[in-house]
Design a protein around this ligand. Structure first.
Ligand code: PHE
Ligand code: ZN
Length: 873
């Protein structure tokens, strides 16, 4: 784990493995600190590798016990075994069986990579390079093997023994022990290996596939939590059906298992047939989970399930191809949620998230291409760029070649590459074929980092009834990429007239609503334009770019009121609000534009038609959105004040209307997490938040009543947030009662930690420090750390970025502490500093000093030193 010399890994250096492993037989005997692993590998020289090469197996923190080749101990000079690798200097140049025994202590594994202990079980996490912490192996995704896993454990301690595939044998052993043998017939890379042993309860169900195969479904949880699995199970069944209908993909084993664990570095993991989940994304009840939690559970259950085809059946040749499985699978889960809920609403939420995470990443020192070409530490590339921008790239591909060719391309991909470890080129080749076009320029989306800027200028000519639209693209320089080539950018657009979309002709033909900009700039002349239109550009956010246009506020209002594209209706309101906040930041004394407030008032009259959409429209641009818009010399305090000014103006003018709307939407029967109910609650709470901007006592009283009387976590949590973040006297008793009520429920207590970490006042840093000593907090648990420290550093712009630098120094100290235990978690926290260069000089100096302090710390993990090094470069 500690390494002083960091040797970057380069895509250009890829070589096929010199040896292949056809089968793996793992015998894992759990026995506390002396857990024994015997791996039996059927090895053979790879015809595509270098003949006669040494066999170098990866290892990480392993204790070697013994090795055998074809059943005999090798001579000591023929091999080398260390904690970080096992080498056979001259392996047989024919198939042979290599047996290696190692010892492990899962309880001392605080990195949560490899085999580790969590509350009620011992489990594994192998992606990306955790398998080498269980046994020596060719721990790379292009070595596919068939796994058989025998687990042995104390029966009372670990009555449940699970691994990938189907269970083929089980039985009791002397001394209160028992065993189970699992076999997974599908060849897979080591990162998809999983086993779980523990005292778990489960709920079971069944799914019958399109071709009539019966699949047993199991969700395993800590005993007592079975009652919180129903939504996850339902989401799983809907995901399985959807993948059959939307992509023709059926499940392929007899059983599909999910295990929820309370210590997990990420959201969840798609191990073949045995997904392991952060319990935050499985457990839900109306009393403990918000609508957002439910939506996340649905999306992540789907995401991991969809990996069975995009990731597992077809996997990545190497880790540079990570987006091959992640971008594609995010695209698939986004499509699923769109079909299950509202497509327009889902799109807005996804774009909001893309902009706040990925655009920020792309604009700072950690920018990297969707397919990076070099890494120091692969764990640091599970990023918004690989995942979210990766999904946008797939979406653009679909937009460019059309729905039918896209589906045909996916079918071809599944047919051609099933069982293989492939590259982005292999993937794109399928669509070049079915779309009948050259996708060479499209590949730049995988290679060039940075968010392209598209500048639009338009002119209507009354005489010729034409509208000339010029689109020009530029791509800013990013680390390692000073200059860029023009990309292919799909721009969906329309022209909006007095009574909606105008019918258009382009180049003599009816316009189909989308152009592909391939040059640095191009002018499109639309014909038959009878009135001065307002251009509605980048509809549905058809490309992950920054659109720069010259629309005036009146034009934005036109789009807000009349655009047929819901995304751009929302975008128009956001752009208008962004402009107002920017003005308030620059000129705090000017009053807020009454026309916008009036337009919101008019909008409220109709808001009940689509509550979820209305809630998004009423959600003001975030402080981070505004900071990104400003770009340089950012002062988070000024942004906070500007945003509050707009909120206050809306609240003061419209509180009556907002509170009435909230009343009208109240309680239609018992809580249900479905999209319609969630939409109503979202709108009620968005209205309440804005009304609260008025500072009126009766509004605050309504919030306090909602907190006390809520029959679900969504409403209770929304009220708690409003009270706490508004820093009113009602906040402390609410926090107190919330804690008392949920003190035994760590996932709910995370919400309590999070909301306190986000209070935008100067006492918060001390509060966070105090809470780190609270019994509810644990520095070893990633969920707790993210809820308290992550929320403070990434979700509290004014207090983390304190002008005195205390927020940055706090982060650096915590990172050093956590780095000794869990480098992955530590590295993720540091990325809160990814936009440090855009701060105003005083804060920038403090942030830089904190980063430099980290860089100089002795024995930094590779994870943290990679992030810090790039942030400072
Ligand atoms: N592959 C997991 C997912 O997307 C993410 C993950 C990566 C989990 C690394 C654990 C470790 O869905
Ligand atoms: Zn994934």
């Amino acid at each position: 784990m500690r390494s002083d010399i960091v040797r970057p890994v380069r895509l250009a250096d890829y070589r096929p493995p010199d040896y292949l492993v056809d089968t793996v037989h793992l015998d894992i005997a759990l026995d506390g600190a002396a857990t024994r692993v015997v791996a039996t590998l059927a090895v053979r020289p790879n015809p595509k590798g270098r003949s006669g090469a040494a066999l170098e197996l990866d290892g990480d923190a392993l204790t070697f016990v013994r090795a055998e080749i074809d059943g005999a101990a090798p001579a000591p000079e023929t091999y080398a075994a260390a904690s970080d690798g096992f080498t056979l200097h001259r392996p047989p140049q024919r198939p042979f069986v290599l047996t290696i025994e190692t010892r492990l202590d899962p309880a001392s594994n605080t990195q949560l990579m490899g085999l580790y202990r969590t509350a009620s079980c011992t489990c594994t996490q192998c992606e990306a390079e955790g398998f080498r912490r269980i046994t020596y192996f060719l721990d790379r995704p292009d070595v596919l093997a068939v796994y058989t896993t025998r687990i042995e454990a104390d029966k009372a301690e670990a009555p449940v023994l699970l691994a990938n595939g189907n269970r083929i044998e089980a039985g009791d052993l002397p001394g209160g022990r028992h065993y189970a043998v699992w076999h997974d017939p599908f060849p897979k890379p080591s990162y998809l290996f999983a086993m779980v042993a523990g005292d778990l309860a489960h709920v079971a169900d069944e799914f019958v596939t399109a071709s009539g195969r019966r699949v047993r479904l199991e969700i395993h949880v800590e005993p007592g939590k079975e009652g919180r699995c129903a939504y996850a199970m339902d989401a799983l069944k809907r995901s399985m059906r959807w993948d059959e209908e939307a992509f023709g993909r059926e499940y392929d084993l007899d059983v599909f298992m999910i295990v929820a664990v309370s210590d997990f570095n990420m959201g969840a993991m798609e191990n073949k047939g045995l997904n392991v989940f952060n319990d935050k994304y499985v457990l839900a009840s109306p009393e403990t989970a918000t609508d957002l939690d439910y939506a996340n559970i649905e999306a992540i259950i789907a995401h991991e399930y969809f990996h069975n085809w995009t990731g597992n059946r077809i996997t990545c040749r190497d880790w540079f191809q990570l987006c091959l499985k992640e971008g594609l699978t995010v695209f698939r889960d986004q499509e699923f949620s769109s079909d299950q809920r509202s497509r327009a609403v889902k799109r807005i939420i996804d774009v909001r998230n893309l902009r706040s995470q990925q655009f920020a990443e792309d604009a700072g020192p950690l920018a990297h291409p969707v397919r990076p070409e070099l890494y120091n530490e692969i764990n640091n590339f599970y990023t918004a760029t690989v995942y979210e921008k990766g999904a946008e790239v797939v979406r653009m591909l679909k937009a460019l070649i059309g729905d039918a060719a896209f589906r045909a391309g996916m079918d071809l991909y599944f047919r051609r590459h099933d069982g293989e470890a492939v590259t982005i080129e292999d993937f794109i080749a399928c669509f070049a074929e079915t779309g009948g076009r050259d996708l060479g320029q499209f590949m730049l989306w995988y290679r060039q980092s940075g968010t392209p800027e598209v500048k639009a200028t338009g002119q209507w000519d009354a005489k010729t009834r034409t509208y000339r639209l010029e689109l020009a693209q530029t791509i800013p320089p990013t680390p390692g990429q000073p200059s860029k080539e023009p990309m292919v950018i799909p721009v969906r657009l329309g022209l909006v007239g007095a009574s909606g979309d105008l019918p258009l002709r382009l180049a003599g033909r009816p316009f189909d609503g989308i152009v592909a900009l391939t040059e640095p700039s191009r002018t499109y002349v639309f014909e038959g334009v009878r009135e001065r239109p307002v251009p509605s550009l980048l509809r549905g956010f058809s490309a992950p770019v920054k659109l720069v246009h010259e629309l005036e506020e009146a034009d934005l209002l036109t789009l807000f009121e009349r655009d047929s594209d819901p995304f751009n209706r929302w975008q128009a309101a956001q752009s208008y609000a962004t402009g107002l906040i920017l003005r308030a930041v620059r000129k705090p004394d000017l009053p807020i534009d009454a026309r916008f407030v009036a337009a919101i008032g008019t909008f409220l009259d109709d808001a009940r038609r689509d509550p979820a959409f209305a809630a998004l429209t009423l959600t003001l641009p975030s402080e981070t959105d505004i900071a990104r818009e400003i770009g340089v010399n950012v002062d988070p305090d000024a942004i906070f004040a500007g945003r509050q000014a707009l909120r206050g103006a809306i609240g003061r003018a419209l509180h009556g209307q907002l509170m009435r709307l909230r009343e009208e939407l109240a309680g239609a029967g018992p809580y249900s997490p479905d999209a319609a109910g969630a939409g109503r609650r979202a709108l009620r709470n968005a209205a309440l938040y804005l009304a609260c901007g008025s500072g009126r006592a009766e509004v605050l009283a309504a919030v306090a009543r909602q907190f006390a009387a809520a029959d679900n976590m969504t409403d209770r949590h929304a009220a708690l947030s409003i009270l706490t973040l508004s820093d009113v006297p009602e906040a402390e008793p609410a926090l107190q009662s919330f804690y008392e009520r949920y003190r035994d429920d760590p996932l709910v207590i995370d919400k309590w930690l999070m909301v306190q970490a986000q209070i935008p006042t100067t006492g918060t840093l001390d509060r966070v420090k105090r809470l780190m000593g609270h019994p509810a907090f644990s520095i070893g648990n990633p969920n707790r750390v993210r809820a308290l420290i992550g929320a403070f550093c990434s979700g509290n712009p004014t207090q983390f970025n304190r002008a005195d630098g205390e927020g940055f120094r706090f982060l650096a100290a915590v990172v050093l502490d956590i780095d000794g235990k869990n480098p992955q978690l530590a590295a993720r926290l540091v990325s809160a500093l990814r936009s440090w260069r855009s701060l105003e000089p005083v804060r920038r100096e403090h942030a830089g000093a904190a980063l430099r302090g980290l860089a100089e710390a002795p024995s930094l993990s590779r994870d943290v030193s990679d992030i810090v090094g790039r942030a400072l470069a």
